[in-house]
Design a protein around this ligand. Structure first.
Ligand SMILES: [Zn+2]
Length: 355
């Protein structure tokens, strides 16, 4: 640990545990004034004080000496698929957890190379004419089969996108995304969210990542949703399914296209398959069944696998023990196991080799 103390990491780590400067001061005996100065980069804490804070927050000491900004590549868009009225404290917590997770992931993949035949692209919607055109271009570049995308998580991972989920403790935020220092974006998703919402969130974030590296005057959220709709359910393919849409066909269409029944209604209206009045009638039937908070007809769960595969390479090819890997990624052993390794098995979308 020859790197200097990183004040931004302290702020993120503290937020990730939903702790105030006062909480940290009380629990550790380090004065609140010092903590404030430390977070503002005015003072550097002693190794002893840092160790007390690290222990209280439940992170390895080395995390706080992790170099570099903790939100490199975060776009001007907040990248959040969130419902309105999300309290600022919860958003701070999730942002803090995202920043720590970004460090963990960077460290986990350090020295590994992903060998796949897809990559992420940055495509300017102004140049292509619309977010829908960008979505079509990406489907072509990624050779997405004609029709619905059955395994969206696997598709993203096959391009080197890293998907991880965690319980956010709120139903108001579905997920966010961010570039790692390399060209592998990290999707941080709320594990408490229904699969159809996660799929839309992933596609929406993919829209941001693909289109919004450029300065744009457009409505970023609307563009990302337009991208998501066309990427998951291209107009030319879904239009025949949505003509004269009736309420009774919503469940089958949800299962087929992998988008929520509400999104099916919206998509039908957006692409002009039904008119405003018809959409309103369908929304009313939908609301009358109280489906706004929890839709019936669950989609099959889609598992991610890249993180476990990277861990496997470290364990099996590099001979890491669990505690060594935890040290390497800057997490406690228990948190590494709980947050990154305990996921369902899924087929591997690409191969990871020693770099
Ligand atoms: Zn967004």
């Amino acid at each position: 640990m020859n790197e200097p103390f990183n004040p931004a990491v302290l702020t993120s780590a503290r937020n990730s545990r939903t702790r105030t400067e006062t909480d940290v001061a009380k629990a550790t005996g380090v004065s609140q004034g010092l903590i404030s100065k430390v977070e503002n980069g005015v003072r550097v804490p002693s190794r002893d004080d840092t160790a007390k804070i690290a222990s209280y927050l439940g992170y390895p000491l080395a995390l706080f000496y992790e170099p570099g900004p903790v939100d490199t590549g975060r776009s001007p868009c907040p990248y959040h698929r969130k419902r309105k009225t999300l309290p600022a404290t919860i958003l701070n917590t999730i942002n803090g957890r995202m920043s720590v997770r970004l460090i963990n992931i960077r460290r986990l993949f350090h020295g590994l190379e992903m060998e796949g035949d897809r990559t992420f692209h940055t495509l300017d919607p102004d140049e292509f004419g619309s977010p829908e055109r960008v979505a079509q271009a990406l489907r072509t570049a990624w050779r997405v089969p004609y029709g619905p995308i059955r395994q969206l998580v696997t598709l993203i991972e096959s391009a080197g996108g890293i998907i991880t989920s965690s319980s956010f403790g709120t139903a108001k935020l579905f997920g966010m995304s961010q570039w790692t220092t390399t060209d592998h974006p990290l999707f941080f998703l709320n594990a408490d969210t229904a699969m159809e919402e996660l799929r839309w969130t992933i596609a929406h974030e993919l829209g941001h990542l693909t289109m919004h590296g450029f300065p744009t005057s457009g409505d970023l959220e609307a563009e990302a949703d337009a991208f998501a709709g066309e990427f998951l359910a291209p107009r030319s393919l879904i239009f025949p399914d949505l003509k004269q849409l009736t309420f009774g066909r919503l469940p089958a269409l949800k299962m087929h296209w992998g988008i929520s029944m509400k999104a099916v209604i919206k998509r039908a209206e957006v692409i002009g398959a039904i008119d405003r009045a018809a959409a309103t009638r369908l929304y009313k039937q939908y609301s009358a069944r109280r489906w706004n908070n929890a839709e019936p007809y669950s989609l099959p769960h889609e598992s991610s696998s890249l993180i476990r595969e990277a861990a496997r390479v470290h364990f099996e090819d590099h001979g890491y023990s669990l505690i060594e890997l935890a040290d390497a990624v800057r997490l406690s052993e228990a948190e590494l196991r709980r947050e990154l390794l305990e996921t369902h098995a899924a087929p591997l979308p690409l191969s990871i080799v020693r770099g």
